[in-house]
Structure formats: C-alpha cells, structure tokens
Design a protein around this ligand. Structure first.
Ligand SMILES: [Zn+2]
Ligand SMILES: [Zn+2]
Length: 295
C-alpha cells in the first residue's frame, strides 16, 4: 500500500525492513544446535534408531486420517471435481482422485494441473487453495502440510536409507544431524511436555543424542525460531539409491509456531499412544503426567 503522505511511506518502509530483518535473523540451521559442542563426538546411525522407530509409528498412525487431506496439497485430486463437483470421465478412466468434498470454483487449471500459469498475478483465477479451512480438519496450511511431509520423509528414511551410498563422511554426519534436529523439532512441538523442560526429548529420542546438543536453556530458545530444513526432505520423488544428500543445498524454512491447536492435539494423542504402548512398560516415566498431578 502506498500512502500519499511521505512520512507514512518512510515509516511503512522502515516497518517492512524491520519485519524482513527479524525474519531473516530468526531463521536457524542445524549447525546452530551443535555450536560449541565437541566436534569429535561423532554420531553413528544407531543413535538415530530410537527416534526412527517413533517416526514409523507416528506416520503409520496419522496416515489413515491425514492421507486424504494431503491429496489436495499434492495436486492429486481431479481438477474438475474441485471446480464443478463432477468429471466427464469415470473414476477408473480419470487419472486423478475423485473422492473429495473439496470445492473451489475459482481455482486456476494451469496452476493446479501444470503448476505454472503464464498470467501469474494477473490471472483472473486463483493460484492458491482458498477453502481449505472449510473442508480440512488438520492439513489447513502450508506449514502443517510441510510438517506432515517431514514426518513422512523420516519414516521413509527409516525404511530405505542405505548408509554406504553417502560416501563422504562430512555429508553423512551432517545428514544425521539434520535428521536429529528435524526429529527434535517435531517431538518438541507435537508431544505433550512440561514448560522449561526437555524431558520429553529424552523420553522419545536417544538421551545421549540430546546431550550432544547445545545446553537446555539455549536449546529451548533456539527451538522456538523458524528452522531451515533441506528441501530434499520434502521431495517424494527423491531416490535413496543415489547420492541424494549434500550439505548446504537448498533449504526450506518452517515456523513450527504456526501449527494450529487442532494439528497439535491430533499428534499429542499419537505420542501419548506411543508412550502408553511402547515406553511405559519399559519403565519410562512421562514428564507431562507428573506435571498434571502437581496442578
Ligand atoms: Zn476426473
Ligand atoms: Zn492462472
């Protein structure tokens, strides 16, 4: 918005700069979580396994509810079903999914089908999903979709990772760190927890792995900032048989603070189910129970 008052313009510009600066300064990378910690403490794959088992459970349990909502975001739904609620082809003839109640009559076919439209911002149709909150319970924003895709990636990593493919030792160490820090964020934001505590991280992930990170007080502050994740983690077509990971390639920023309470509560229940079914019988104590007794 451009105001006729020059003073307001300067002020608006300053405010915009401030907002931009704050966003750039806030984003944090994997290496920031290991700053000042001994570099000779190498991470071996076994250190990841406790977390990977959890993520297989998270994804498999969430899938039955979230998979149908993901089809819209993956552009796998039939365009004509979204636009008109009807398609000239039968569901076995059409290459796209028909089972949906999602409707948006102004959706741009070029943007939706080809992911590109020559009219750009001048297009009379819409280049975004506008009705999501009316039809979806959990995957209503880009952030929620990305967090769910990240869970899917870690589950796929658990099942398909081949250690010998990533031959460079530095790349391998950085990959393990990227996986660990991604898991730490997801556990931190989606499991029940006690304020000012990292007990939930030690419960669901390997305590020795958490000990290699920056100290608790710093960790809690850094976890609250938007975090840069390798873009390859969101790419479903990536191939675990190729040299697929290199350090410092494209990153995608996620602000976990933008998750809705519906999304968080949905996963809270899955984490509690995992604790009740797998960890409690081995003598682990849930930090959030002790907390709820006190209050
Ligand atoms: Zn169709
Ligand atoms: Zn368009």
């Amino acid at each position: 918005m451009v105001s006729k008052n020059p003073k307001t313009n300067v002020l608006t510009k300053q405010m915009n700069d401030l907002t931009l600066d704050r966003n750039v300064g806030k984003s944090i990378q994997t290496s920031d979580f290991y700053i000042n910690r001994s570099e000779k403490d190498r991470i071996n794959f076994a250190r990841l396994e406790k977390g990977l088992l959890l993520f297989i459970y998270l994804y498999e349990t969430a899938k039955s509810t979230l998979a149908s909502e993901l089809t819209l975001w993956d552009h796998r739904l039939c365009f004509y079903m979204i636009k008109d609620g009807t398609c000239t082809k039968t569901s076995d003839q059409c290459h796209h999914i028909h089972q949906t109640t999602y409707r948006q009559s102004n959706l741009c076919p070029f943007w939706y089908i080809n992911k590109t439209c020559k009219f750009n911002s001048k297009c009379k149709n819409s280049h975004q999903f506008e009705e999501v909150s009316k039809y979806h319970r959990y995957l209503r924003t880009e952030t929620e979709v990305n967090v769910y895709k990240l869970i899917r990636f870690i589950r796929n990593f658990a099942g398909h990772y081949i250690e010998s493919v990533i031959t460079d030792q530095n790349d391998q160490q950085n990959l393990y760190k990227d996986i660990i820090i991604s898991m730490v964020h997801i556990v931190h934001f989606l499991s029940l927890k006690q304020p000012d505590s990292i007990e939930h991280l030690n419960l669901f992930l390997e305590a020795a792995t958490i000990n290699q990170l920056i100290p608790k007080e710093d960790l809690l502050i850094e976890l609250d900032k938007p975090y840069d994740i390798p873009s390859i983690f969101f790419d479903l077509s990536m191939n675990f048989n190729t040299y697929w990971y290199q350090n410092n390639t494209n990153k995608q920023c996620i602000d976990f603070n933008q998750l809705s309470s519906e999304f968080i509560t949905f996963f809270n229940d899955i984490f509690t189910g995992y604790y009740e079914g797998r960890l409690k019988s081995r003598g682990s104590k849930a930090p959030w129970r002790e907390h709820s007794k006190k209050t």
